[in-house]
Design a protein around this ligand. Structure first.
Ligand code: PCA
Length: 199
């Protein structure tokens, strides 16, 4: 079984993106799953196009996209992606779309086709915090998740796809308020491996 895992480039003034770091740190196989990796630009449309190109190149059975959700205190598999771009900060090329659909003729929303509750349990079993999230936001991560699920539905229904948001890592919170939640890098890696095992 082939699993495509994606992460994002840093954005919003951060020096790193923990999703890029963890994707690069993953081994090339986990159990009987072959892991292929792709880093996506944090740019509207370009991120999604890079993802579709990787899906067409690798033809995976499973897709798990990963992104940073600074301020969240746990690992959060996303339940749903909505057909909306509405940025509150510029992306890495200065785009700041407002109230526009991702795919004008597309469904209003798509649900993840990954086992999100099992993924949460797998992380909690490591004594790390995790919960299902009911919003992937309206920035580039939501667009990538929506585009992936639209692609799966319209082009290749066998493809199971979804998204997980991860918190800041230790190095990112040094100059932030003391209460800002963070994960150790090794815990994010352990959580990712545990989730991939239940896919
Ligand atoms: N997080 C952003 C985009 C890239 C990332 O890692 C988001 O939540 O939309």
């Amino acid at each position: 079984m082939k699993v495509l895992i994606t992460g994002f480039e840093p954005f919003g003034g951060e020096a790193v993106n923990p999703s890029e770091e963890v994707v690069k740190a993953l081994p090339d196989s986990i159990g009987d799953r072959e892991i292929v990796k792709q880093i996506l630009p944090t740019v509207f449309e370009k991120g999604s196009k890079t993802l579709i190109a990787a899906l067409e190149k690798h033809q995976p059975d499973l897709l798990l996209c990963v992104g940073q959700a600074g301020g969240r205190s746990g690992i959060t598999p996303e339940r749903v992606a909505i057909n909306l771009r509405d940025a509150s900060i510029p992306d890495n090329e200065g785009n700041e779309p407002s109230d526009e659909p991702i795919i004008p003729q597309g469904e209003a929303a798509y649900f993840s086709t990954l086992p999100i509750k099992e993924m949460v349990k797998a992380v909690k079993d490591l004594a790390l915090p995790a919960t299902v999230s009911n919003t992937a936001g309206t920035f580039v991560c939501n667009e990538v998740m929506y585009t992936a699920l639209h692609y799966a539905k319209t082009c290749c229904p066998h493809l199971k796809a979804g998204f997980v948001h991860i918190p800041y890592t230790e190095s990112q919170v040094r100059n932030k308020p003391e209460s800002t939640p963070f994960f150790k890098e090794e815990d994010i890696l352990r959580a990712m491996i545990a989730m991939i095992r239940v896919l």
